[in-house]
Design a protein around this ligand. Sequence first.
Ligand code: AN0
Ligand code: CP
Length: 318
Amino acid sequence: MKHFLSVGDVKDINALADQALKFKASRFDQKSLGEGKTLGMIFLNPSLRTRISTQVAARNLGMEVVVFNIDKEGWQLEFADGIVMNGDKAEHVKEAAAVICQSVDILGIRTFPGLVNRQDDYSEHVINQFVKYAGKPILSLESGTVHPLQSLADVVTIKELFKEKRKPKVVMTWAPHIKALPQAVPNSFAEWMNAWGEADFVITHPEGYELADKFSGHARIEYNQDKALEGADFVYVKNWSSYKDYGKILSQDLSWTVTEEKIRRTNNGKVMHCLPVRRNLVIADGVLDGPNAVVVQEAGNRLWAAQAVLSELLKSNK
Ligand code: AN0
Ligand code: CP
């Protein structure tokens, strides 16, 4: 694994998820693997879980960590090629990436999409320029179109909770929100579910919220949320803005909020969400505070997922 940018960088999803669960049982198993190595993490956008879990994961492997909130504390970065830099942006990513990587061995980057220009966002031009100019392994901490560390933690959580000898029914449902959010989390979850292949995977959303075919793949799309939820073993809740009518909010229909009544339609389904979640808009209090919610366990698994990925990156980039 040279970089960790998407599920495409993973040879064996089950093996990686199993490694994460091994770290969960024994966190210091590889405590010298990263000795003398430094993880740099740069944030162009906010984060709670990713920032904390990935730092602790790196330290469990013996690494040093440097965190840089480049959006607030750094020079504003220019990503366009060949332009006259006479605006607000003081530093080009060409120098910034190359300079940061004089000091670090692996570089993690969080960058949200602009949600204005679909082609720019879907070309992953921000994280790809770090890949191009850093010359070091790049770890996605959520990019324009995917959030692979989240998706790995999601697979780990499903594997940990589901012990029956059949495929679990996993339903990813859109839910309302007041802001236009990225498609990165749902794209990534769909891509990982498809690549993993060990779930009966259904996506439900109002019309107009179809994800790019590249991500939804062969997943079953059901426009009736109640119907989709029937018999679900896992309900993966997330809001996203439209891909087709790019970055737009097409619906704020509160009948899509995941309530206790909706969960009664499922097979005692476990409720997942990547967090942060807006209560009583995306998911009702009764669900989040009830026995079916596994969102905190899921967020806890971010640590073990990050540790498994960092371990792979360290081993294959010696
Ligand atoms: C972000 C998103 O939807 O991509 C980050 C989720 C991990 N969520 C919000 O901005 C609320
Ligand atoms: N789920 C997730 O990535 O959370 P943060 O944005 O807080 O890192």
